[in-house]
Design a protein around this ligand. Structure first.
Ligand SMILES: N[C@@H](CCC(=O)N[C@@H](CS)C(=O)NCC(=O)O)C(=O)O
Length: 89
């Protein structure tokens, strides 16, 4: 599945691309859990092609890389720092 297909297929609120060892991914998950928001998590440690695709699509080179998929079109949020600001809105 491509990143675009993953985003379109999600039935949760957010989609997160993460890696095995990733404190900022834990931070992001804690923020989503605290707000009662659901998410799909895709581990790019096991799928490096997905990581390449995320970088190509967004220019965002670190994990997590997070999209809000609640609306008609997926909205790229960014990492845990951007998610914190986004969830305040
Ligand atoms: N400001 C970013 C920092 C993300 C970050 O540094 N993530 C680490 C993993 S926890 C990473 O991707 N490191 C690899 C790299 O910097 O290339 C955020 O809040 O998400």
């Amino acid at each position: 599945m491509s990143v675009t297909e993953i985003l379109e297929a999600s039935e949760n609120d957010f989609v997160m691309f993460s890696t095995n060892v990733c404190p900022y991914c834990h931070r992001a998950k804690n923020m989503l859990n605290a707000k009662g928001l659901s998410y799909d998590e895709h581990n790019v440690s096991e799928a490096p092609d997905l990581q390449t695709e995320v970088v190509t699509m967004t220019g965002h080179r670190t994990v997590p890389a997070i999209w809000d998929v609640r609306g008609d079109e997926p909205v790229f949020v960014g990492g845990s720092d951007k998610l914190e600001i986004y969830l305040r809105q």
